[in-house]
Write a protein that binds this ligand. Structure first.
Ligand code: ADP
Length: 400
């Protein structure tokens, strides 16, 4: 048995989950927010209780130390040595990583070289990794890449039809995102696919960031996000796929630079931009109930794009055995799932049990009936357990 910490570092935050491995028991989890501020917030979840502290935290290293000291104070560990390894979520692994890797100087350099592709994320992940290295210098660390699962795509699925030299020189391609989640969902799907020899799955990770993947034989063959998480389906604040001339024309009309418009397409578009209300699907859904026309329109666009991708992937896979819903919206919003199913059920001969669907929130379960030609289920995603698994397998398994 060994304690492994899964970490997701942001530019001013640090999310952590401590596991006992290989049993995958969650010992505690928490988050440090507003790092670099005098009123940083530390939250620890333990034994169904929440511990909250507001205090100044200068940097990520101070956040790591505070978190470990709190684990000792709350009798979760007795000393720092009890943590045997750390696993770090890395959003962009570029062309280099098709699976998780033990951190070395070379891995660190490659993650650093990919910062231009994921400026906020990769830079923050490295800050988090280095903070742990400073406080826990003697234990190993593993990098778990959000893009790795998508590296099995074929050229015609990942290349963009731009001048080929650009793709070659600058490694421009579809990298996708949420790969760790799609991979987890594929593995968890196995229980619904017994007896099927080459299973075809469409996984829908629909949260405030959202992506859809086509998976054959548990390998990704296509995914909706592109070079960055801006591509694919419409999201909470992101446009998803667009005709590139929309960018040029908006810049011209609004007298803005491409960089300014890129920020708007990332942060002020999607559900928020179309509804003018919120990026949170709950707010948009309650505005729909009140008859708000822009909210209705925003959700229609959102659902249509999801249905289009599912249809595209049904064709790409040559059929489909299972559709999986997951993440904030996919797990918790039966009305959204119902709207998506309504958009595809006639063509794909899907039948869901509306009562079961309505009752299923934040829990796993099958929502299709036995008449349905494609099974449909909800699986709560768990990216952290994938990080803990890969960390344990790469660093500790053989030593135990
Ligand atoms: P991310 O990890 O990309 O930040 P999440 O997977 O946490 O996103 O999903 C956040 C989204 O999930 C928000 O748009 C939120 O409205 C939605 N969500 C969470 N709970 C519910 C719910 N009960 N009903 C509808 N939407 C929900």
């Amino acid at each position: 048995m060994a304690k492994v910490m899964a970490i997701n570092a942001g530019s001013s935050s640090l999310k952590f989950k401590l596991y006992e491995m290989p049993s995958e028991e969650v010992l505690t989890s928490g988050i440090v927010e507003k790092i670099g501020h005098d009123d940083a917030i530390f939250t620890l979840k333990h034994n169904n209780e929440k511990i909250n502290k507001i205090l100044p935290i200068k940097d990520h290293a101070e956040a790591v130390k505070l978190m470990l000291d709190q684990l000792i104070e709350n009798n979760i560990i007795s000393s720092y040595d009890e943590i045997k390894a750390t696993g770090h979520r890395i959003v962009q692994g570029g062309k280099y990583f098709s699976h998780s890797e033990i951190f070395t100087k070379d891995v660190e350099d490659k993650i650093e070289s990919l910062i231009p592709l994921a400026p906020l994320h990769n830079a923050a992940h490295l800050i988090g990794y280095r903070a742990f290295k400073k406080i826990l210098p003697d234990i190993g660390a593993v990098a778990v890449f959000d893009t790795a699962f998508h590296m099995s795509m074929e050229e015609e699925d990942y290349l963009f039809p731009i001048p080929y030299e650009y793709s070659e020189k600058y490694d421009i391609r579809r990298y996708g995102a949420h790969g760790t989640s799609h991979h987890y969902l594929a593995l968890e799907s196995q229980k619904y696919l017994k007896g099927i020899s080459h299973p075809k799955i469409i996984t829908c990770h629909i949260g405030s960031g959202a992506s859809i993947s086509a998976i054959k034989d548990y390998k990704c063959v296509a995914t909706s996000m592109g070079l960055t998480p801006l591509g694919g389906i419409m999201m909470g604040t992101r446009t998803g796929d667009l005709d590139p001339s929309v960018m040029k024309y908006c810049c011209y009309c609004e007298n803005k630079t491409a960089e300014e418009m890129f920020q708007i397409f990332n942060k002020k578009s999607g559900l928020l931009g179309v509804s003018g209300i919120s990026n949170d699907s709950r707010d948009v859904l309650s505005a729909i109930e009140k008859g708000n026309k822009r909210a209705i329109l925003a959700y229609k666009l959102f659902i249509r794009r999801i249905c289009d991708f599912i249809g595209q992937y049904f064709v790409r896979l040559g059929g489909c055995d299972l559709i999986v819903f997951s993440a904030g919206i996919g797990e918790n919003s039966p009305e959204t799932r119902q709207m998506i199913i309504d958009g595809i059920k006639q063509s794909l001969k899907i039948n869901i049990d509306e009562k079961i669907n309505n009752e299923l929130k934040g829990k796993e379960g099958l929502i299709s009936t036995s008449e349905s030609e494609i099974k449909v289920c909800v699986i709560p995603t768990d990216e952290e357990v994938m990080i803990a698994r890969d960390t344990y397998n790469l660093l500790l398994k053989d030593k135990e």
